[in-house]
Write a protein that binds this ligand. Structure first.
Ligand code: ADP
Ligand code: MG
Length: 704
């Protein structure tokens, strides 16, 4: 089967063709086995070994037909990427042949040597045992000759070592509290409430041959040097611009690869920065959306390589133009398919909606720190607050209509209603459009967008697991508090309105409908007492505040030890990322940039000597000025590399206390890197193009 014949498949036939999904299960599993498995998937019932064996055999037969020879438990360790170890299906027979075998045991439980995954000190390396456990709610799939089985990952002593387990726990926790509330408000049918997520993914594409020439892109995923090109994004001609044929070919193949894996790739377009693009899927249940986003990021890189391109998922690959984010569109939906954040025609009368809205407002205000922490990384520190992405201050946008409704409730007066407006285009042949009751706001970190919240602070490279764990748990906690009040109250409607009123009164400081990029907001937010945590190092220590430990232990998401481990892991990752960047910078400066500038200045010096030998007394003003300027900058840059290297040798840089080390990198190493970059970028402007050792911003952003 080549790509040709696959391409001729209709899209519905192509969609999910590499996935062991419900259709395949129904077709291939004996009826009773299918029923038991569904019970496990839908209700969390234990799976017995006989059923697991039957499922494993069917899965293996199907996978082998799809060309698979191996299987792997696929999991999401704390480093934010995915992990896989492949075992073949082969099993020797007594007569020296092999057969293809896969048992229920192998499907359900794996035992990777876990010693080299980050555990934040939860395990010493000699206690290497870790287990992976099949997550039957996320379908297995075939990719690159292997059967992938989505799993959760934990240690021998039961500590959670991955991002999926707490995510599943947070979804169950939120479901419990939301069902409790719905029951109290008279819904006796709902059994489960799931959170849904649609993550919009931004990325850059650059030519692979150019990418390969830059050590910073290869090691760090971002440029550490680079003078601005004459053109950036100021004309805004890339946003929604016509997609170039090479990028279009990439996007077409990407869509097809994602569809095969059952990923609902929907929207694609050019983004604001040159060479920047976006992909958005149709939303799905949060844990599936998380698996799919991890897969999508990986497939993007692989497909890009097949088109001679490199896909950059870093949050800030280039200075001077926008970085890349990931918008986490989040909502709640019942098992009967109702979106609970849909306000309906008369939100002022929709008690469920109002109560949920109040829970989100109260939760976002009380746990601003957690939301900020959930998006913290060395890469994302470059974006937040840089007037291109939401600020590092968390606030909420609700729009005019909801704000007016909440004000009316707060002041205990009836709400006058919102006039639905028609958009008159003034052109007869165009239809009149019904207008939404609120405009959009692109500058808010957390915006209500009609029937969902859009959390916009995520960086493009991050796993969406953590932000959703935080969101789900925060809202579960607020709903728990509301449920306790409602359970002991009489007069349901009045109590709901009283709860909403109180939440608005106490937490309206978190609502801000204006321009989040403005200096005025910074000052206003400070007056309101909102947190402003500009960097990872500022934000992260608050993770271990008692109120946060209480939150996660109450909802059984993390133990205190697991939280400490996560804190250590994120801080360590911050330090390691910056160390790699600093070393890469130093290496590029010493081994490529300084020698190039030296060679060029030498050619200038020779030119001056040669010219004066030919015509004595020739002024050679240009060469002399360049030679002087570049020699001065080169000396300066050399001093800065030496200084940068010295910072890395400081004992604080390798302190076993992660906060000490991270603070040192933030306060000392980053400024040393910035100083070196400034000198180098200046030199780039004056060194002959032929001498410059690697592709420039103009090459990288304008040559696809
Ligand atoms: P934008 O204009 O911000 O690009 P879209 O309306 O295209 O937004 O939707 C963005 C994302 O929101 C899509 O991935 C979409 O599937 C997702 N989305 C829509 N409804 C929901 C929902 N109820 N829950 C979660 N995500 C949703
Ligand atoms: Mg959006």
């Amino acid at each position: 089967m080549g790509t040709c014949s696959e391409n001729r498949k209709s899209i519905p036939a192509l969609f999910g063709s590499s996935v062991f999904n419900d259709d395949v299960m129904q077709e291939r599993l004996p009826k009773d086995v299918y029923k038991s498995l569904r019970k496990t998937i839908d209700e969390g019932k234990d799976l017995d070994l006989a059923v697991a064996n039957a499922v494993a055999t069917a899965m293996k037969d199907w996978a082998v037909e799809q060309g698979a020879t191996h299987y792997t438990h696929w999991f999401q360790p704390l480093n934010g990427i995915t992990a896989e170890k492949h075992d073949s299906f082969i099993s020797p027979t007594s007569d020296g042949r092999v057969i293809m075998q896969f048992s229920g045991k192998e499907l359900v439980k794996g035992e990777p040597d876990a010693s080299s995954f980050p555990s934040g000190g939860l395990r010493a390396t000699f206690e290497a045992r870790g287990y992976t456990a099949w997550d039957p709610t996320s379908y297995a799939f075939v990719k690159g000759g292997s059967l992938y089985i989505p799993t959760a990952f934990c240690s021998y002593s039961g500590e959670v070592l991955d991002k999926k387990t707490p995510l599943l726990r947070s979804m169950e926790g939120l479901s419990r509290q939301a069902v409790r509330i719905l029951r109290l408000l008279g819904d006796d049918k709902v059994k489960q409430v799931v959170t849904t997520v649609g993550p919009e993914q931004e990325y850059f594409l650059v030519d692979k041959a150019l990418f390969d020439k830059r050590a910073d892109l290869r090691f760090c995923g971002r440029t550490l040097f680079g003078a601005q090109a004459p053109k950036g994004q100021e004309l805004e001609d890339h946003y929604y611009g016509a997609i170039k044929p090479r990028v279009q070919a990439f996007m077409k193949e990407l869509d097809e690869e994602l569809w095969k894996l059952g990923i609902l790739a929907k929207t694609k377009h050019n983004e604001v920065a040159p060479a920047q693009h976006e992909l958005a899927p149709i939303f799905s249940t949060t844990n599936i959306a998380t698996d799919h986003n991890q897969l999508a990021m990986e497939v993007m890189k692989n497909v890009a390589a097949r088109h001679g391109l490199a896909c950059l998922l870093h949050e800030k690959p280039f200075a001077g133009v926008n970085g890349s984010g990931k918008h986490n569109n989040w909502s709640l939906s019942t098992d009967t398919g109702k979106n609970l954040l849909d306000p309906g025609k008369r939100p002022e009368e929709n008690l469920v909606f109002l109560l949920l809205l109040a829970a989100v407002i109260k939760g976002v205000d009380e746990y601003q720190d957690l939301l900020r922490i959930s998006v913290a990384s060395a890469g994302n520190d470059h974006r937040l607050g840089a007037h291109e992405a939401p600020p590092s201050i968390i606030s909420m946008f609700l729009g005019d209509e909801l704000t007016a409704i909440l004000e009316a409730i707060e002041e205990n007066r009836p709400y006058g209603g919102t006039q639905s407006k028609k958009l008159d285009t003034g052109v007869r042949v165009l239809p009149d459009l019904n207008m939404d009751t609120t405009d959009r706001n692109r500058t808010s970190p957390f915006a209500f967008t009609g029937n969902k919240f859009e959390f916009r602070s995520l960086g493009s490279a991050i796993s969406i697991a953590c932000p959703n764990i935080m969101l789900n748990t925060i809202v579960a906690e607020e709903l728990r508090q509301f449920a306790e009040v409602l359970e002991s109250a009489s007069g349901l409607e009045a109590t709901v309105l009283a709860l909403v009123r109180q939440a608005v009164k106490e937490h309206k400081r978190i609502i801000f409908n204006g321009d989040g990029y403005s200096q005025e907001w910074l000052e206003e937010a400070q007056r309101r007492g909102l947190l402003n945590l500009p960097t990872t190092v500022d934000a992260l220590p608050r993770y271990l505040d008692q109120k946060n430990i209480d939150l996660f232990s109450r909802h059984k998401i993390y133990t205190e030890a697991e939280m400490e481990a996560r804190y250590e892991t994120i801080m360590e990752e911050y330090v390691k990322t910056l160390k790699i960047e600093a070393l890469t910078m130093s290496g590029m400066a010493r081994r490529e940039i300084l020698p190039a500038v030296s060679a060029y200045t030498q050619s200038l010096a020779s030119a001056i000597t040669a010219k004066r030998a030919a015509i004595s007394g020739l002024p050679c003003q240009a060469e002399t000025a360049l030679l002087e300027g570049l020699s001065g900058l080169m000396d300066q840059a050399f001093g800065q590399v030496e200084a940068l290297d010295r910072t890395l040798l400081d004992p604080r840089a390798s302190s076993p206390n992660v906060l000490t080390a991270a603070s040192y990198y933030k306060d000392r190493v980053i400024p040393a890197m910035e100083a070196l970059r400034a000198s180098v970028d200046k030199m780039e402007g004056d060194v002959s193009a032929g001498y410059w050792p690697f592709p420039t911003y103009a090459d990288l952003m304008f040559r696809v």
